[in-house]
Ligand binder design. Structure first.
Ligand code: ZN
Length: 198
């Protein structure tokens, strides 16, 4: 039974298809949206559309950005010879929030998972290897401490070892299976400072 009329139902249905939004939240959001001033709704829709159209991968570190080269990679104050490898842009944001890391990043957009059929060619590894042909002194592997994150870390370290570039892994202050983005800044910093060479 369609309590709300078809357009309202469609809005609720589309909102509930978003990750983390259950049926109840979708209803709440839908009611909120139809009570918002029209200009605000237009602004919101436009922002979503513009972000979708313009956000892409940085040509160096593969993070999400609306520029050819992201602000971190184009910042002359950053140490371009130290690259921290993270699984996604949210992890990068977590490290940026600490304000203490001065190197640059490489965003893999995933982790190797034989169980899910995600192999090395499905993440941005080729791009990382290409960057290592430039002047790089250290690669810090900061993938999550899940099975996939560890598998990825091991794979990357084996790949880089023969190049002679220093490879290190952040300390396991990060709980097993823990998503980097939920971990507080102090723990993140401790993990970074306590990193060990592989
Ligand atoms: Zn970048």
């Amino acid at each position: 039974m369609d309590y709300y009329g078809s357009q309202m139902s469609r809005l609720i249905e589309q909102l509930s298809s978003l990750p983390g939004i259950g049926g109840k939240s979708a209803q709440r959001l839908a009611f909120h949206i139809i009570h918002m001033p029209k200009e605000r709704v237009e602004q919101l829709s436009r922002t979503i559309l513009e972000a979708r159209n313009n956000v892409r991968y940085c040509s160096r570190c593969c993070t999400l950005t609306d520029q050819e080269v992201c602000p971190i990679c184009s910042d002359p104050a950053r140490d371009q010879k130290t690259i921290m490898v993270v699984e996604n842009t949210r992890d990068l944001a977590a490290y940026e929030k600490t304000g203490k890391y001065e190197g640059v990043y490489h965003v893999l957009h995933g982790a190797i998972s034989p169980m899910l059929g995600i192999g090395p060619s499905d993440i941005r590894l080729k791009e990382l290897m290409q960057r290592l042909q430039g002047e790089v002194e250290e690669v810090i592997i900061a993938t999550n401490s899940s099975l996939e994150g560890e598998t990825t870390a091991m794979y990357i370290s084996k790949l880089i070892k023969p190049t002679g570039i220093k490879v290190s892994r952040i300390a396991s202050g990060v709980p097993v299976g823990g998503d980097l983005e939920y971990i507080d800044e102090v723990t993140l910093l401790r993990a970074l400072e306590g990193r060990t060479e592989l």
